[in-house]
Design a protein around this ligand. Structure first.
Ligand code: GLU
Length: 503
């Protein structure tokens, strides 16, 4: 039988990185085994704070971004659709009836008030909370009478009172649960919508799912799901619960640690292959712990469900950034330029859409900064010195001015440089360096005493890519007008008897 796996997100908000990790594992298993990867929307929880249909598009975009398109899903449909649970209500209804007729489920008419009071009492007595099964013993006549008198009801699973339920988990082995400790789970709510337990079992059976991969928060309620399969006379699929994802402090990953929604990472400028590589390794290892950079074909080749650990995985934000930097450097510069454009437009450094001149300039500027870039969203800050209008002292770093532009030789140096650079017939890195070395000699200084103030005068900063390649890319006009603006201010200050001082 060919492997069929599904990613079953609920549209409760923006998808979490942990969910996408599970989706990647699903996809990998399908690709590895030559099977199919499905996605199904589990939208049966209609409570306003949990039903956020606008999150559906983010779910789709996240899968597209990672390049793990389902073979069958609500976007392209398939043979066993619809792939949206709210469009399959009749099917759940049919199986709820079947479960009631076979004695595996029953109608429960208990009111919210009664259930709340019961829970409170159980909590006060420090007893396990759960339904006391009062309606389980109603006769068919009593049930009918309740319905006739207009009472609302839910359908509950009649969990066996004895014995054990075995969960077959590929990662954790067989887990045994005592049935008497399990609650009689609600399967159909008062609004007629099924809960996860009924809808999931019905769909996984009808969609031919062979392996259920899902978050480990579902582990404790697993016997209830297994019992629904069994009560309907179906063999449950195999399960795999990848491990919990923790922050550096070993607490469950949450907003306190940093971003947790997948879309946040896309927006910060992580590359698809970096997120893919990083998320795969959160709980899975290729057998060689030291090998961290893995291509997708390599991962497919080595992937097995058994290789997933049951031990919690730590989400190391620094490692993800490092990995992203690696993939940025490994990319075609043109691809990175294209990916940086939206960030530069947003920062108003270039027009929307960029002009041909801006694109031309960007093709020269960005390669100078790619080595330092870890996130695409850092692009505006990294390239701003090439785009910003700089007029001394506006836009100049105050510390850089104090450190490098207050020395005695700076005015003389700038005068010589401006004269020599203006006379260059070819504005090239090599010519600029040659002239600067000449001037250094004429001034009888160390090279460092010249290049640092020159960099500050031309870029407003102390750090950046190689000075002469920076000047070449900046171009004659920008470089000279910036240096001249420094000279103008400094020469008035020195004429009036002092160095340029920062207020
Ligand atoms: N809709 C469930 C969730 O989002 C799916 C769990 C499962 O994959 O079975 O957690």
């Amino acid at each position: 039988m060919s492997v069929r796996v599904r990613y079953a997100p609920s549209p409760t908000g923006s998808p979490h990185v942990g969910n996408l990790r599970t989706a990647i594992y699903d996809w990998l298993l399908a690709r590895k085994e030559g099977g199919q990867f499905l996605a199904r929307l589990e939208d049966t929880d209609r409570t306003p704070e949990r039903y956020r249909p606008e999150g559906i598009y983010e779910i789709e975009e996240s899968l597209r971004f990672l390049g793990i398109l389902p073979d069958e899903w609500w976007v392209s449909e398939g043979a066993v659709g619809p792939y949206v649970q709210s469009e399959r209500l009749e099917l759940y209804q049919k199986y709820a009836e079947q479960l009631m007729q076979t004695g595996h489920a029953y109608r429960c008419f208990c009111t919210r008030e009664r259930l709340d009071a019961m829970r409170l009492e159980q909590q006060e007595k420090k007893q396990p909370t759960g339904y006391d099964r009062r309606c389980r013993s109603l006769t068919p006549e009593e049930v009918q009478a309740n319905i006739d008198s207009g009472l609302t009801s839910v359908v509950r699973l009649a969990m066996p009172r004895e014995g054990v339920t075995i969960l077959k988990d590929v990662i954790r082995g067989n887990i045994s649960y005592e049935n008497r400790l399990q609650d009689d789970q609600v399967l159909v709510k008062t609004d007629g919508y099924p809960t996860y337990f009924l809808a999931c079992a019905v769909d996984d059976h009808h969609m031919g799912i062979t392996h259920i991969l899902r978050g480990d928060d579902w582990l404790s309620s697993a016997p209830k799901l297994v019992q629904v399969f069994t009560a309907l006379g179906w063999e449950p699929p195999l399960f795999a619960h990848p491990p919990l994802i923790l922050g550096a402090d070993k607490k469950k990953l949450s907003k306190r640690h940093g971003s947790t929604t997948f879309v946040d990472f896309i927006n910060q400028g992580y590359l698809p292959e970096a997120l893919f590589n990083f998320l795969v390794l959160l709980g899975w290892s290729a057998g060689d712990e030291n090998k961290e950079i893995l291509s997708i074909p390599e991962i497919i080749e080595r992937f097995t469900l058994e290789g997933i650990s049951e031990h919690p995985a730590i989400f190391d934000y620094d490692k993800l950034k490092w990995m992203n930097g690696h993939y940025i450097r490994a990319s075609q510069p043109g691809r990175i330029i294209g990916m940086c454009i939206p960030y530069l437009i947003k920062a108003h450094l270039i027009a929307d859409p960029p002009t041909p001149e801006e694109l031309d300039y960007l093709r020269k500027v960005l390669p100078l900064e790619i080595d330092r870039m870890k996130l695409l969203s850092e692009a505006p800050e990294l390239v701003s010195i090439f785009f910003k209008e700089l007029r001394f002292p506006d836009g100049y770093d105050e510390k850089a001015i104090a450190k490098w532009l207050s020395a005695d030789h700076v005015v003389r140096m700038l005068k010589k440089e401006i004269t020599a650079f203006s006379a260059l017939s070819d504005w090239t890195e090599a010519n600029l360096e040659f002239e600067t070395r000449q001037i250094t000699e004429e001034l009888g200084l160390e090279f460092a005493k010249v290049i640092h103030p020159t960099r500050v005068a031309a870029t407003g900063k102390t750090v950046g890519p190689g000075l002469f390649e920076t000047l070449e890319v900046l171009g004659r006009d920008r470089t000279l007008s910036r240096m001249q603006s420094v000279l103008d201010v400094l020469s008035t200050q020195t004429e009036s008897g002092g160095h340029y001082l920062v207020n």
